[in-house]
Write a protein that binds this ligand. Structure first.
Ligand SMILES: [Zn+2]
Length: 234
């Protein structure tokens, strides 16, 4: 049996009263005149708020999901699925925790230092949260990511990480490189790290980011972002 995990140390983003302990991904359908648009929306929070969000999304499909022939066929199934999902939604802290961890947030468990180190390094190197990145088309975004996270740059970070954090794993770091677009804003991750990591872990995280900044080239504005993130961590 797996060891019992501590509660997730964040309040539900909707009600701010109960801790986060549920996650749901709803599939929605919006029928355009000739074709449909499908998408998914993930919510995390307390069970009550996540359930409300599933029903809200399903209700929206009920109202505006009908405007194409194919949507007429598929939408009833989607609505039924949403209704069942909302009705039977229970606590699933494991899924909510994984969702937060994949975005780089510490969740009060072992491995938080590593995860925040991987996520902050990748977020600061890739810069996908910047206004500049938001204006890029996908092709250009791929090119820029390849440049910012080149093999040489990644190897340099792995070397720094392994020197400072004995459990630093290059394969885990690469997972965050793959997930780079999904990561939280580095300042938000830093603020969470400040709240949740120990003083010693925060000092290590700070040295790790300083070493990356000293080793690799960055434009002036990104260097400022490093400084802001580092002071938020400490
Ligand atoms: Zn809530």
């Amino acid at each position: 049996m797996r060891a019992r995990q501590p509660p997730i140390p964040y309040d539900c983003p909707s009600c701010k009263k109960r801790p986060i302990n549920a996650k749901a991904t709803t599939v929605f359908v919006r029928g355009l005149v000739l074709w449909i648009k499908m998408g998914e929306k993930t919510s995390i929070g307390c069970v009550g708020c996540v359930r409300a969000s599933v029903f809200r999304e399903t209700g929206l499909s009920l109202l505006i999901g009908w405007f194409s022939p194919f949507a007429l066929v598929i939408n009833p199934f989607m609505i039924l699925l949403g209704a069942l999902q909302g009705t039977f939604l229970g606590k699933n802290s494991g899924a909510a925790r994984r969702y937060l961890q994949d975005r780089g947030f510490p969740t009060g468990v072992e491995g938080d230092l590593n995860r925040t180190a991987y996520a902050l390094a990748v977020a600061l190197m890739a810069g996908e949260w910047t206004d500049e990145a938001a204006s890029r088309g996908w092709r250009e975004a791929v090119m820029v990511k390849r440049e910012n996270l080149s093999i040489e740059r990644m190897n340099a970070v792995v070397e720094i990480g392994q020197n400072l954090i004995p459990t630093f794993e290059s394969s885990d770091f690469e997972w965050y490189v793959v997930m780079s677009k999904e990561l939280g804003h580095p300042l938000h991750i830093a603020q969470a790290a400040h709240r949740i990591l120990t003083a010693e872990q925060r000092a290590t995280l700070n040295s790790f980011l300083s070493a990356i900044l000293a080793k690799l080239e960055f434009p002036a504005r990104r260097r400022e972002a490093f400084a802001a993130v580092q002071s938020a961590v400490l």
